[in-house]
Ligand binder design. Structure first.
Ligand SMILES: NC(=O)c1ccc[n+]([C@@H]2O[C@H](COP(=O)([O-])OP(=O)(O)OC[C@H]3O[C@@H](n4cnc5c(N)ncnc54)[C@H](O)[C@@H]3O)[C@@H](O)[C@H]2O)c1
Length: 325
């Protein structure tokens, strides 16, 4: 390819959101080169990247905890921009073993920030989560970007730590940064450890679904394709040093999302198995996304019904093709 306009280092591009991002932007921006670095943990699947043969895409297996591997990647590809997805991302795993969450999510992010600063990267876009704001009461107003960070799980604490570091590299060193904080994503390519994927896959296989506590915890659901559009808008139009909330605008109790999935898969409520609640389980997350609408002209497009239907269809196809292989 010709000299690219940008060389974007994408971390964690073999994961759920990263692969959806690459599949969208690699064809959309033929003048950018995308360098995907991923350690290929249990959560990764390179088969989810459908643009692997594109001339403006390259994959490097590297761990963001490994500074010398990162330096080598920098020397080879000279990234001009970073979009940082790579993380340990599952709350339950962070309760079972918090340390790797600090190593990857905090120290790994600091490794990238340091190289970005030293090499004059033009934009560092950090992908974060609504979980850094902590839990809301049922009647509390939704959280805007000025709310304090009050994380409750080792996962959200490690993501909040990374958010603070990103902010500090902007304030102290003048690094051009943007942070997006999204609500719970769902859609194709998600690992089956996460609620919607696990439930669809169990229901389609005739198994029960484990619902924490009473199922009353409230989550806001964002279709991954809408998240990608928000990331792309924030990357190109977001102001340096700013944070943008990206939420689906659909708050539902876990029991209600479960009932929707039961309906879509033709199962009934006897398929629900109530299990002991997660430790420190946050009651409710809800994002105020007016800033993203105002400054990025972003709002989610996909209705929950449509997104869930598509996700169930994706799963049915995947189960059939897995059976054949
Ligand atoms: N899934 C959600 O609902 C959600 C919501 C908001 C924000 N986020 C954030 O979005 C990002 C992506 O989430 P996801 O759901 O796609 O996660 P995922 O677990 O599906 O993917 C994470 C990817 O990062 C890679 N990775 C992990 N540790 C690494 C390391 N040390 N070095 C290099 N690569 C490593 C994994 O191999 C994997 O490909 C994360 O930062 C997460 O905190 C996720």
């Amino acid at each position: 390819m010709k000299i690219p306009e940008k060389v974007i280092l994408v971390t964690g591009g073999a994961g759920f959101i990263g692969s959806n991002y690459l599949n969208t932007v690699v064809p959309r921006y033929p003048n950018y080169r995308f360098v995907n670095i991923d350690a290929l943990t249990y959560a990764a699947d390179l088969k989810n990247i459908t643009v692997a043969d594109a001339p403006n895409y390259v994959f490097v297996q590297a761990d963001i905890r490994d500074v010398s591997a990162l330096q080598k990647t920098w020397e080879t590809y000279s990234p001009t921009d970073i979009i940082h997805f790579a993380a340990e991302s599952h709350v339950d795993n962070s309760i079972a073993g918090p340390r790797i969450f600090v190593e990857t999510n905090v120290l790994g992010t600091q490794n990238l920030l340091e190289l970005a600063r030293a090499s004059g990267v033009k934009r560092f876009h950090h992908i974060s989560t609504d979980e850094v704001y902590g839990s809301l009461g049922f009647d509390a107003p939704s959280t805007d970007e000025n709310a304090p960070l009050l994380p409750n799980s080792p996962y959200s604490a490690s993501k909040a730590g990374a958010d603070h570091l990103v902010r500090s590299y902007n304030k102290t060193f003048g690094l051009n940064t943007v942070i997006t904080r999204a609500s719970n994503n769902y859609g194709p390519h998600q690992h089956h450890e996460k609620l919607i994927q696990l439930f669809i896959s169990n229901l389609l296989s005739g198994k029960k679904v484990p619902l924490y506590g009473t199922g009353k915890n409230v989550r806001d659901w964002l279709y991954v394709g809408d998240h990608i559009l928000g990331i792309d808008a924030a990357f190109h139009k977001g102001k340096s040093g700013e944070v943008y909330n990206l939420g689906g605008g659909v708050e539902l109790e876990n029991i209600d999302i479960t009932k929707k999935l039961l309906k879509l898969t033709g199962r009934d409520e006897s398929a629900i198995e109530y299990v002991t609640d997660r430790k420190g389980h946050d009651l409710r997350y809800a994002l105020d996304c007016r800033k993203a609408k105002r400054e990025l002209n972003w709002a989610p497009l996909k209705s929950l019904e449509e997104g869930l239907r598509e996700t169930v269809t994706y799963h049915k196809r995947k189960q059939e093709s897995d059976k054949k292989n």
